[in-house]
Design a protein around this ligand. Structure first.
Ligand code: PLP
Ligand code: COI
Length: 370
């Protein structure tokens, strides 16, 4: 993996305070055997402060625990916040790796720019991951298809009720062992088409990984759940005609002739998983199209038999087959049909690289321990 930015400055020395009462190993190992997604956290967390005057300073590793916050902290009022999501994978020899974390670092910088937050240098980001793994490496599961989900985030902590970019900011990293995001694992899921709600609008924050986009998706996600669907699909907010993305993952369609098609839009998250999957598909000889895709194209394609597979992809979702699309007016697809062969092949290719079962010709993996 190439790190395109400056080398870590000499003063990036983390002050490490160990947790005096970490979770007992037997309890931790029981969790690692079958972890839930995102509800049990490791023993430590990383934090780095930023101020307008002092820049990035005081990098620390400290015991995981509550954060003291002023009730006037700007994030609580105006939602000035961004986050990232990536995983640590344990390879057969015990080593610990992450997948394209440089891309998460760069995306976090893009999100920061949009949300008027300071950009964390990529080498601070990568060093923070290594620091957390240095103390919490035992939390990376070794069971197949399990991982440690890592959540870096940044928020406005200045106590100030005027509406402007905060002059004091905090960056944290927490981590949680993770099993499959969807309870059925790789079984096809059903998704709900949201026609009443948009996730993001033209000129808005759709491309940024910021909490507000997810808050905006929650009522639509609840509607999906009411209809027995695992995720919600959003259309563009201008014409309500083009596919955008799901609440927490990107979408890809597969044509009978082998083409792999995904929505191009400047109001969705530029997924790192999707980017990687498309690279794998292209290198396996598939034509990849990144372009606007209408809902009508999907419906007609399924009806005519031209579109043969659809899947969701993202760090949490990995690659999950979509069996069915439901809406107020129609249902397409069949939940009982098995996952598509290309969906499964791409999933396997990706996870083989992530878990070190196959070589990594792209230089995507970055070692976090040692
Ligand atoms: N779209 C949304 C809204 C997401 O939350 C995610 C997950 O992070 C993705 C797409 C996929 O992005 P990535 O593959 O980088 O995890
Ligand atoms: C991720 O995949 O990292 C996300 O942020 C999506 C969320 C559904 C957990």
């Amino acid at each position: 993996m190439t790190i395109p930015l400056q080398m870590a400055p000499k003063d990036l020395v983390f002050q490490v305070s160990h947790n005096d009462s970490p979770m007992p190993a037997a309890e931790r190992d029981a969790i690692l055997a079958d972890p839930p997604f995102g509800s049990v956290f490791t023993d430590h967390m990383v934090d780095i402060c930023w101020s307008e005057k002092g820049g990035w300073h005081r990098p620390r590793v400290q015991p995981y625990g509550p954060i003291a916050m002023d009730p006037a902290a700007a994030v609580l009022h105006y939602g000035q916040e961004i986050f990232e999501g990536l995983k640590a994978y344990r390879h057969a020899d015990g080593s610990i790796w992450s997948f394209r974390p440089d891309q998460n670092a760069l995306r976090m910088q893009r999100s920061a720019k949009r949300m008027a937050l300071p950009e964390l240098p990529a080498d601070y980001f990568l060093e923070s991951l290594k620091q957390l793994i240095a103390v919490d490496g035992a939390w990376v599961p070794s069971a197949p298809e399990m991982s440690l989900y890592i959540r870096p985030y940044m928020y406005a902590k200045e106590a100030f009720l005027g509406v402007r970019a905060a002059k004091k900011v905090a960056f944290y990293i927490i981590a949680a062992p993770a099993g499959p995001y969807f309870s059925g694992g790789v079984k096809p899921v059903s998704i709900w088409l949201s026609t009443d709600y948009s996730r993001a609008g033209k000129g808005g924050t759709g491309q940024a990984k910021t909490g507000g986009n997810y808050a905006a998706s929650l009522v639509a996600q609840a509607e999906a759940a009411e209809h027995g669907c695992a995720q919600v699909l959003f259309l563009d907010s201008v014409e309500g005609k083009y596919l955008e993305e799901l609440g927490g993952m990107n979408i890809v369609l597969v044509y009978k002739d082998g083409r792999v098609v995904t929505p191009q839009s400047d109001t969705i998250l530029q997924g790192i998983t999707r980017d990687s999957i498309l690279q794998l598909a292209e290198d396996a000889g598939h034509t990849v199209e990144r372009r606007p895709v209408t809902l009508e194209e999907w419906r007609d394609g399924v009806e005519s038999g031209d579109i043969v597979e659809a899947f969701a992809c993202g760090t949490a979702a990995v690659v999950t087959p979509i069996g069915q699309l439901k809406s107020k007016d129609f249902t397409i697809g069949d939940l009982d049909q098995p996952a598509g062969p290309l969906t499964l092949a791409l999933r396997e290719k990706l996870t083989d690289i992530q878990y070190g079962r196959q070589p990594d010709p792209y230089g995507w993996m970055f070692r976090l321990d040692g």
